[in-house]
Design a protein around this ligand. Structure first.
Ligand SMILES: Cc1ncc(C[n+]2csc(CCOP(=O)(O)OP(=O)(O)O)c2C)c(N)n1
Ligand SMILES: [Mg+2]
Length: 253
């Protein structure tokens, strides 16, 4: 069931529970309930209380785990949920997930058009549940990332984070381009950095001017078919138009 390494090789310092892919938020509920019972029975002091954190991939978050997440949001579960979004089912060989962007080639979208679907807007789906806190992050903006985690620590209830995580293997690029690809995800407007709190969405970075999306796309093998053997102007335009439309609609963009 688990692909995580265990003691003494685990990167986790705290206790962890491995759940089946679809049910991490249900597992989190059980842990939160157990902690609350221990607190109530005075078997655990408030100082010893723990944060319950779900760490999950986009395959689970956007797809098979979405219903359990929706339930946890509805119950206002006090937990942090971090989706590590590498835009595909990475562990099993980068099959398309509901987070795979339009036009990207994956192990299950190998045609000249790539993935025919569009990336599911998980931010909007989660936002509709009115969580206590919701934000997107990326490692290219460490201060923005740190500030968001600092902020959510002071809040109770469901606190949701989506991190875009460029993957050299799954996206087919040289790891030396990792930092550049993360920066371009923000500067082309492909990955909006934003947060939702108290009913408001605020963009925490507003790329200006927006760089053309193709600067981001052309560094990645999964989009090579958009440029070789000849440019697919229609598909590049389509991807650009969706990004432009997003920013023209962003009320604070
Ligand atoms: C119910 C279920 N179906 C399929 C699998 C096989 N499986 C293990 S990891 C994985 C990929 C998960 O993708 P994602 O959640 O995006 O995480 P990533 O590997 O990309 O970090 C799959 C399909 C599983 N463990 N459980
Ligand atoms: Mg993934």
């Amino acid at each position: 069931m688990t692909l995580l390494s265990i003691y003494p090789f685990t990167p986790f310092r705290g206790s962890w529970l491995y759940t089946s892919m679809a049910s991490a938020p249900a597992g989190a509920q059980g842990i939160r309930d157990a902690l609350d019972i221990l607190l109530e029975k005075k078997k655990l002091s408030a100082k010893e209380d723990l944060e319950v954190v779900v760490l999950t991939g986009d395959g689970s978050a956007h797809g098979m785990g979405l219903s359990a997440t929706s339930g946890a949001l509805e119950r206002k579960l006090d937990f942090i949920y971090l989706c590590y979004d590498n835009e595909g089912y990475g562990n099993t060989g980068q099959q398309s997930s509901a987070a795979t962007p339009h036009g990207a080639q994956t192990a299950t979208s190998t045609s000249a058009l790539g993935n025919p679907g569009f990336k599911k807007d998980l931010f909007e789906i989660w936002k509709a549940h009115e969580p206590a806190y919701l934000a997107t992050v990326i490692a290219a903006e460490p201060l923005d990332l740190a500030r968001k985690f600092e902020k959510l620590r002071g809040i109770k209830g469901p606190r949701m984070i989506i991190a875009l995580a460029p993957c050299p293997t799954g996206w087919d690029f040289d790891p030396r381009h990792s930092a550049e690809i993360r920066r371009l995800a923000v500067r082309t407007g492909i990955w909006p950095l934003k947060e939702y709190i108290d009913g408001e969405v605020v963009h925490t970075r507003k790329p200006h001017p927006l760089l053309p999306v193709e600067e981001y796309l052309k560094l990645q093998g999964r989009f090579r078919h958009l440029f070789e053997p000849e440019r697919n102007e229609t598909l590049i335009r389509e991807i650009q138009d969706r990004v432009d439309r997003y920013w023209s609609k962003a009320s604070d963009g």
